[in-house]
Design a protein around this ligand. Structure first.
Ligand SMILES: [Cu+2]
Length: 139
């Protein structure tokens, strides 16, 4: 009797956990810089285009789980991912209106690196981190 109860409980637990695990798999959150492409040589101005999966890109004013907005670190190292992304710093751009592209007007000729990070309405990067990096050269 005791054994069969344990089996039933185990089966129930498995049934409860399975959909959750699947849901997380389907909701994998990613960001990709689709333009410029990695290693490309481009001319200024440079239009950076972003796509995201598993998260709704919204203005920073939308305080809902499952949403976020893009950030660009332009020739700037990432700030700590557990912390708020600073505002008003050269090289750190918040796309706080929910934009999915941004034009970089003043990149000097030479190599550059852009890192895209999705953060929530508090400007705290999503956890686990959702990041993509591209390096390219301006002619
Ligand atoms: Cu932000």
């Amino acid at each position: 009797m005791k054994t069969s109860m344990a089996v039933i409980l185990t089966l129930c637990t498995a049934a409860l956990l399975a959909p959750t695990a699947q849901g997380q798999g389907a909701k994998k959150v990613t960001v990709k810089i689709t333009s410029p492409t990695k290693g490309a040589t481009v001319t200024s101005p440079v239009l950076v285009k972003l796509t995201a999966t598993g998260v709704r890109i919204t203005p920073a004013t939308v305080e809902e789980p499952g949403t976020g907005h893009h950030h660009l670190f332009v020739d700037h190292d990432l700030t700590p991912l557990s912390d708020t992304i600073p505002k008003g710093k050269p090289g750190i751009i918040h796309l706080g209106r929910g934009q999915t592209e941004f034009q970089l007007d003043s990149l000097a000729p030479g190599p550059h690196r852009v890192i895209a990070v999705i953060a929530d309405w508090r400007h705290v990067p999503l956890n686990p981190p959702v990041v993509d990096t591209v390096t390219f050269t301006v002619k």
